[in-house]
Design a protein around this ligand. Structure first.
Ligand code: EPZ
Length: 415
């Protein structure tokens, strides 16, 4: 199995360009099933998770090809409405094809998405939305089928502002009869990017980015050209790398407005951040100040940045706290950081991190995508060599992470 080896090598310095966001690309690729003409996408990140959803789309009859760094998709003639089991079990986000398929084909059959390491990850809110729009939803031995001759618009209140449920129901509603109003829905920037893309296809969506989205159903959706927004979590990961190594790095292709909760917390921890258009410079300080973090749906602090900040806070001068409110089991990286010498205590949803503690290079395992990134960050400042296994998790969400860190001066290799 491949491993990533990291050794300390002083402050990181240099430039990194941030690529397209995984969590915008995946729903937009699912939404391309709704289009009946060519769709041209720019800045789709080259990730394992993207390859999986492209396989799912091909299995449904979509024609897909790369032209340079453009991805061309045509879903005019879909030939199936069933997502094959092993692809679905590989990635939960494949479930995002359900909404578009019900809208386009009147039927969708998916296997239950694999729960993943960070929690049970139910889909009850997705199914509640499909039922509200008039679909007959049935569970038969591990498969879910949803049928509807024609979906009918409805006012739907989400018990929790679930990102996936907001996306799935919004996509289904684009071809429904009449108007759908989604209340208490997710407000992440990736939701806005998806709504912008759908509107380019001919949908009529307003309110994306607020907690109320209105979707006026239309007869048909067409084609479009769209550039995926930059990945705020990848950007945040490199910003934490600058803070933890007292480095000085420049990030290109940033949407500052998407970075606000991350910028606020890094400044609170002592980093100096300068933004200018789509560029951002971050300088880490010698001393990192302890902080309190509580993960929340956007615009709160993103759960996808929790592990990365935990690595940094092992080096803060004092006691920090991180409360994870979004997922019920997203502290698996704690044990790996403790192997390196971190002093962290977890009680229920709160992790108390005592700093400043020296970290020592060790053999550790990536437990999930962001937990893996957190171990690279810890390895940048640990004494000795850190060997990270199970790095397939990291490759799901970070394009060429070793190359990018190497360009910033890190002593990092993939073996
Ligand atoms: C999206 O996952 C992201 N994935 C996750 O990023 C991210 O952590 C999460 O949103 C929160 O921001 C993609 O966009 C592909 P949720 P999603 O539905 O849609 C509960 C990463 O690192 N819930 O907002 O699955 C659920 O159990 C990944 O890139 C229900 O109870 O997140 C969880 O506790 C990790 N019922 C909470 O809501 C439902 O029907 C958040 O889930 C749906 C969700």
């Amino acid at each position: 199995m491949e491993k990533i080896i990291v050794r300390p090598n002083g402050p990181l310095r240099g430039n990194v360009r941030i690529g397209g966001a995984k969590n915008a690309a995946l729903p937009i690729l699912a939404a391309s099933l709704l289009g009946t003409e060519d769709i041209i996408l720019e800045d789709v990140p080259k990730l394992k998770d993207v390859e999986i959803i492209l396989e799912v789309l091909r299995g449904l009859g979509a024609k897909i090809k790369y032209e340079g760094n453009l991805l061309i998709i045509n879903s005019k003639n879909l030939t199936s409405y069933e997502t094959n089991y092993d692809l679905m079990s590989k990635m939960r986000a494949s479930f995002l094809v359900m909404g578009p398929l019900i809208a386009r084909m009147g039927i969708a059959v998916n296997s239950l998405p694999g729960g993943c390491a960070i929690g049970s990850r139910p889909i009850d809110l997705h199914l509640k939305g499909f039922k509200a729009l008039g679909a007959d939803v049935e569970m038969t031995h591990g498969n879910i089928s949803a049928k509807a001759k024609k979906l009918v618009g409805k006012r739907i209140y989400l018990d929790f502002p679930s990102v996936g449920a907001t996306e799935n129901i919004m996509m289904a509603a684009t071809l429904a009869d009449g108007e759908t109003i989604l209340e208490n829905c997710a407000m992440e920037p990736e939701i806005v990017d998806l709504a912008n893309f759908l509107n380019k296809l001919g949908a009529k969506i307003t309110g994306a980015g607020t907690s109320n989205i209105k979707i006026k159903g239309v007869e048909k959706l067409f084609g479009a050209r769209h550039q995926i927004i930059p990945d705020r979590i990848v950007a945040g990961t490199f910003m934490v790398a600058a803070a933890i190594t007292s480095g000085d790095i420049f990030l290109d292709n940033i949407i500052t407005n998407h970075m606000k909760p991350i910028i606020a917390k890094l400044e609170e921890a002592g980093a100096e951040i300068i933004t200018n258009g789509d560029k951002l410079q971050i300088k880490g300080r010698e001393k990192i100040s302890p902080i309190e973090i509580k993960t929340l749906p956007h615009p709160g602090f993103p759960t996808d940045m929790q592990a990365q900040f935990m690595s940094m806070l092992t080096q803060a001068e004092g006691q920090s706290s991180i409360i994870e409110t979004v997922f019920e089991n997203r502290f698996m990286h704690v044990d790996e950081l403790k192997k390196m010498g971190a002093v962290i205590k977890v009680v229920d949803r709160e992790a108390i991190i005592l700093g400043k503690n020296k970290l020592y290079g060790s053999k550790v395992n990536a437990t999930d995508l962001r937990g893996g990134a957190a171990l690279i960050l810890a390895g940048l400042v640990a004494e000795g060599e850190t060997q990270i296994s199970e790095i397939q998790h990291i490759d799901r969400g970070y394009e060429d992470i070793v190359g990018k860190f190497k360009n910033l001066g890190a002593d990092i290799t993939r073996i």
